[in-house]
Each structure stands twice: as structure tokens, then as C-alpha cells.
Design a binder for this molecule. Structure first.
Ligand code: ARG
Length: 262
């Protein structure tokens, strides 16, 4: 995670970002700290990246890389405003030494567009494209990680990253909003995950799919009340955290957490 110390909305690269409305940076920091504490209290180890001035989106740390079983596929951001963030993430993994770091050639925004399901089909990667990540990065990720990568086309600009439209609930189960995907990709998801928890547009707009799950607890935005009920009905424990300020940049819980798979 990376604290939103320099968080602002000074450019607009997704439909949620409105540069005319000021961000409450004190509140953003408080809400972020609440998310960090929630994860720690649930027993998770949280590493914190140093925030850098001039990188207002650095709080969305999920976009900086994608790791699977000790291999890290680095990010390469689509927009120049964010490109320097990739170096901070790369430095984190290289400093730990235990990771195998693969530098990308293709544009991809890390866990923003990649999800890993270790218990599905022997371990598969779901990958989004259409707005940020180049489909060529899906093949590059498959070569880097040695796992099958299933390409899914995102079609709604409001859900520009895979992690705004789909989430892993545990090692083999997913939840997603079908309308964010092309009809063909919806078919692919229905075939692979017939037992998925289906979300609707309202859930997705509340950033209810931008969740982090440890397989038991599902941490999600406070506003996503109906989504909380859906995950409870599916047997998980919803834990709500208010991230109203981070939503102004077009992200929520998942965007703020890069998961490490050593
Ligand atoms: N403002 C950021 C961007 O548009 C938000 C990134 C949200 N992160 C995510 N994992 N979806 O790039």
C-alpha cells in the first residue's frame, strides 16, 4: 500500500476523475489508514511504499505490478502522468531479492487488469483489456508467469480496469458485473465460472467489485451495501471501509492494495 500523502485529482484519465472538485487530502489519508488498520487487524502483513510528490495516483498501488508464485510481471502505465510509479514498485521487489522480476515491454497496469485464481483450473490468470492494458501484454504475462491467461474485453469506460468489474472471492470463485464485458467475454466468464456471484451496475458503480478478499473476509467500500449482502449470502464476511475520497480518483479498496504472491 502507499499512503495518499500527495493525492490530488489534477488530471483526468478515467470518467470518475473531476479536476474541478477539490480532494479532501486529510480525509483521504484517514480513510486509507483505516483500510490499512483493517487489513492488519485481520492478520495480514502490510508493506508501505514511500509516496512521491508529483505522483498523485500512487495510492492506487495495485497498478504497479502483478505477482504470481514469486515472479513479478512489472507494470508499464498507459498514461505518462503515472509512468514513474512503475519504478517505485520495481525497486520494492528488487530490494526484497526473493522475487524474480520480469520487466514488461507491453503496456499493462498490473493488478488493475490482472487477477489470479490459484485454485481454478490449476491456476489461471484473468486479464482485462480495452482501456488500459494492451492485449499484447496478456501474452507477455503468460510467458512471464507460465500460467494460462484468459483475455477479457472491457467495454464500459466507467469500468476501465478489470478490478473495477471483477474480483476473486477466494482461490477459485469470482464475482463480476457482466455488463462491463463484451458479450463474447461474458460467455467466456459464464463457461469458466458458472457459480460466480453476479453483481449489477449499481454494485459496480459503488466500487463494490473493487474488493480485497482473503477467502473469508471481503473488504469493500462502505457505499457498496447491496454488494455486502451478496457476498454474505455467498458465505463470506463483508467488512466495509469508507474510501469516498479515493473514489474521486476512480478507485477503491482493491486499487489501493497490491497483493503479494511470493
Ligand atoms: N486515477 C487512477 C487511474 O485512472 C485510478 C486507478 C485505480 N486503480 C485500480 N486498480 N483500478 O489510473
Amino acid at each position: 500500500m502507499c499512503p495518499p500523502e500527495h493525492f490530488t485529482v489534477e488530471y483526468a484519465i478515467n470518467p470518475w476523475m473531476d479536476t474541478t472538485v477539490a480532494v479532501d487530502s486529510g480525509l483521504a489519508l484517514k480513510q486509507w489508514e483505516q483500510l490499512r488498520t483493517t487489513l492488519v487487524n485481520l492478520g495480514h502483513v502490510v508493506h508501505v511504499l514511500d509516496p512521491e510528490p508529483g505522483l498523485p495516483d500512487m495510492v492506487y498501488s495495485a497498478n504497479g505490478a502483478f505477482s504470481v508464485d514469486g515472479t513479478v510481471y512489472g507494470a508499464r502505465f498507459k498514461y505518462p502522468q503515472r509512468s514513474a510509479e512503475a519504478l517505485a514498485h520495481q525497486a520494492f521487489y528488487l530490494a526484497a531479492e526473493s522475487w524474480r522480476f520480469v520487466a514488461p515491454e507491453q503496456v499493462n497496469e498490473g493488478e488493475g487488469d490482472f487477477a489470479y485464481l490459484p485454485g481454478a483450473y490449476g491456476g489461471i490468470v484473468l486479464a482485462g483489456y480495452g482501456f488500459r492494458t494492451d492485449p499484447a501484454a496478456h501474452a507477455e504475462a503468460q510467458e512471464a508467469l507460465g500460467r494460462p491467461v484468459v483475455s477479457l474485453r472491457l467495454v464500459d469506460p466507467a469500468f476501465y480496469h478489470l478490478d473495477t468489474a471483477l474480483a476473486a472471492l477466494d482461490d477459485r470463485h469470482v464475482t463480476y458485473y457482466p455488463g462491463a464485458f463484451s458479450p463474447a467475454s461474458q460467455r467466456v466468464l459464464a463457461q469458466l465460472f458458472p457459480d460466480a456471484v453476479l453483481a449489477d451496475r449499481e454494485d459496480a458503480e459503488a466500487f463494490g467489485l473493487n474488493l480485497v478478499s482473503d477467502g473469508r473476509h471481503v473488504i469493500l467500500n462502505t457505499e457498496a451495501v447491496a454488494m455486502g449482502h451478496k457476498v454474505r449470502d455467498a458465505g463470506y464476511l463483508p467488512v466495509h471501509v469508507d474510501l469516498s475520497e479515493l473514489k474521486r480518483g476512480g478507485g477503491s479498496v482493491k486499487c489501493a492494495v497490491a497483493e503479494l504472491r511470493p
